[in-house]
Design a protein around this ligand. Structure first.
Ligand SMILES: Nc1ccn([C@H]2C[C@H](O)[C@@H](COP(=O)(O)OP(=O)(O)OP(=O)(O)O)O2)c(=O)n1
Ligand SMILES: Nc1nc2c(ncn2[C@@H]2O[C@H](COP(=O)(O)OP(=O)(O)O)[C@@H](O)[C@H]2O)c(=O)[nH]1
Length: 226
């Protein structure tokens, strides 16, 4: 049996995690697991963790570690047969440690994007809240302005994507992400990509994963024939 591939993608709001995750999922046939989507699903189906998570999100706060972990780890257990890429989790060291005790990661992708670029992107970010689909009025506009391509429903801009809110979000991101980055660096699985354009980062990620994914699968094949 071939070994499965497990990766996480980290980066500040607007760094392109969702955009790059979609490309990775498409090119390598991995499952893209978005923690934001899991949170939204739990909120709309009113699970205990979802109801609790909503009280924090409504106040613009991050969901506490124990709630996020309770919401996410059971979903990962359903994915034991698949290779996956996890986007939006872990955001804190406690989340990284919880994840580490439930599975071994192969790669942690870290996106390092300048502040001015993040501000500019988020100013133009429009989302379709029920699905989590993301657009950018310059980079990937919807077919009809202001409307979701699939459902035709209205797109919105999030309050916390405003440039004034972004600086505080980024400061918070840096504080909580630093120990997570150090954790993955110490494990030797951290790969950092710095640029202002997703289209320039993408070929490097593509090359990295092309070396990692077949290598893991062929190692596993060798092991199984011994
Ligand atoms: N590890 C996580 C993941 C998500 N959330 C919560 C807070 C977010 O507001 C909400 C939705 O998550 P997303 O990752 O979709 O949303 P963001 O808009 O915060 O992320 P980004 O701006 O990085 O795309 O879920 C959380 O508290 N902790
Ligand atoms: N102009 C521009 N916009 C981008 C680029 N990459 C992603 N975006 C857009 O920037 C916004 C943030 O990207 P997203 O993938 O949502 O980032 P996340 O918050 O890290 O998940 C979205 O509106 C994307 O469409 C890029 O290279 N250039």
């Amino acid at each position: 049996m071939s070994k499965l591939f497990r990766a996480v993608i980290m980066g500040p709001p607007g760094s392109g995690k969702g955009t790059i995750s979609e490309r990775i999922a498409h090119n390598f046939g991995l499952k893209h697991l978005s923690s934001g989507d899991f949170v939204r699903e739990n909120i709309s189906s009113k699970t205990d963790a979802g109801v609790l998570a909503k009280t924090y999100i409504n106040k613009g706060l991050l969901v506490p570690d124990h709630v996020m972990t309770r919401l996410l780890l059971p979903r990962l257990e359903e994915m034991t047969k698949y290779s996956w890429l996890l986007d939006g989790f872990p955001r804190t060291l406690a989340q990284a440690e919880a994840l580490n005790s439930s599975c071994d990661l192969d790669v942690a992708i870290n996106l390092n994007i300048p502040l001015e670029t993040l501000k500019e992107r988020l100013r133009h970010r429009w989302i379709h809240p029920p699905s989590g689909r993301v657009y950018n009025m310059c980079f990937n506009p919807p077919r009809i302005q202001g409307l979701d391509d699939i459902t035709g429903e209205a797109l919105i801009q999030q309050e916390d994507d405003r440039p004034e809110a972004l600086v505080a979000r980024l400061r918070h991101y840096k504080d909580v992400a630093k120990p997570v980055i150090d954790f993955y660096k110490a494990k030797g699985i951290l790969y950092t990509f710095s640029d202002t354009e997703t289209d320039r980062i993408w070929p490097n990620i593509n090359t990295l994963l092309s070396t990692k994914i077949p290598a893991i699968q062929s190692d596993a094949r060798c092991a199984s024939t011994r």
